[in-house]
Design a protein around this ligand. Structure first.
Ligand code: NAI
Ligand code: MG
Length: 357
């Protein structure tokens, strides 16, 4: 039976990378695609950023979905709020997993490979958007405030996901006979300053391991978020699973993307107990939108993650391998990786490497 996957291109280069994929995949014997609306452009046309129809069809017809990218204006626009944030909330997609991997380079075989899985809490932190402005009585000048929410409930399920993923990554590594590394979870926080909020995140994630002997084989370390960035740039190969509150997770993963070539190659999956939405880490990239030069790899790998979480491991590996093959040959690269191929050319090259699409 064919699986139905919802496609939500949304804005900017999302409208290029998602259709490029679905058009080269259109004869797939395994998947049906349905295209769904959301985004800032849709809001400008209709007054709604995330239509009820999109939500209903996702819930009723789809096994999972692939989201492109959304443009969010940096000033407040009345009635608008980001549809991806709303989607995460609505479908209770409580973690965002972001694998950051380097592809073995033929030029420098001694370079240690990077293989990090960033687990970003996806429902709270500063993203609850409880902001307000007051006026300071003494100076008469504006003051802006934001509440930050960290709950034991959300931190625990996010921490649990981190340790589970560390175990399953270890299983795969062992089967590939990569024995030299023990699985490890690095907890990112800033509880030296924010001892109540980040303190709760830290303690709760620590508790996940301390209260469950299943995770005895997984090492645990902590890193303050600022020195995390430093270490990430100095010695990225030492990290395995990294777990962080929402905002730190967002920032660290864009930084980590720079280590593996480009934001255009880093995928993510928004995961909940009942649904999964693949989504490239990058945004709508207005600086290159409409020029057919966006790198489709982040979106294609996000499709791989989506399949992985639907337990279609063979199909997922096939996608990752096809991407690696194309990256290794170095013939079809978009400008962000130093080439001059178009979005569609790279997509077609990758699809051609798939054994059975
Ligand atoms: P961005 O990720 O869109 O772009 C940052 C830089 O990376 C740009 O120079 C862009 O050209 C480059 N880049 C990104 N993806 C690329 C790709 N696939 N191929 C080649 N180059 C790529 O971040 P920016 O510029 O800060 O934000 C632009 C818009 O995207 C904003 O409205 C922002 O709110 C939104 N955004 C949406 C996200 C989402 O949909 N989940 C995530 C991040 C930003
Ligand atoms: Mg981001």
């Amino acid at each position: 039976k064919k699986l139905t996957i919802g496609l939500i291109p949304a804005d900017g280069i999302g409208k290029e990378v998602i259709p490029a994929l679905s058009s080269s995949y259109s004869n797939s014997p395994n998947f049906n695609f349905i295209e769904l609306n959301a985004g800032f452009e849709h809001f400008q046309k209709t007054g709604t950023a995330l239509p009820q129809e999109t939500l209903d069809r996702l819930k009723n017809e789809c096994s999972g979905a692939l989201f492109g990218a959304v443009s969010s204006p940096s000033h407040k626009v009345a009635g608008y709020s980001s549809p991806i944030v709303a989607l995460r909330k609505n479908l209770d997609l409580y973690v965002n997993v972001r694998p950051v991997v380097s592809v073995a380079s033929n030029k420098d075989p001694n370079q240690k490979p990077i293989d990090i899985l960033i687990i970003r809490e996806n429902t709270e932190c500063l993203y609850i958007k409880q902001e307000r402005q007051t006026v300071d009585e003494k100076t008469g000048l504006k003051v802006a405030w934001a509440d930050r929410k960290i709950s034991e409930y959300a931190s625990r399920r996010c921490g649990k996901m981190a340790f589970e993923m560390a175990l399953s990554r270890d299983k795969i590594r062992q089967s590939l006979r990569l024995w030299d590394t023990r699985p490890k979870v690095t907890i990112v926080h800033k509880s030296n300053v924010l001892s109540i909020t980040d303190g709760l995140f830290r303690e709760t994630v620590r508790g996940v391991k301390e209260n469950d002997s299943m995770y005895d084989g997984v090492d645990m370390e902590e890193q303050l978020v600022d020195s995390m960035v430093y270490r990430l740039f100095r010695e990225p190969h030492v990290f395995d699973v990294v777990v962080a509150p929402n905002l730190y997770g967002d920032i660290i993963s864009d930084g980590a993307a720079a280590l593996v070539g480009s934001l255009g190659v880093v995928p993510s999956a928004n995961i909940g107990d009942n649904f999964v939405v693949g989504e490239p880490v990058h945004g709508s990239a207005p600086d290159i939108a409409g020029q057919n030069k966006a790198n489709p790899i982040a979106a294609i790998r996000s499709a791989g993650l989506l399949l992985e979480h639907l337990q279609l491991h063979t199909q997922a590996s096939a996608i990752y391998n096809a991407v690696d093959d194309v990256l290794k040959t170095g013939t079809f690269l978009t400008p962000d990786l130093g080439g001059n191929s178009t979005t569609q050319q790279v997509t077609d090259a990758i699809i051609k490497y798939l054994p059975d699409s």
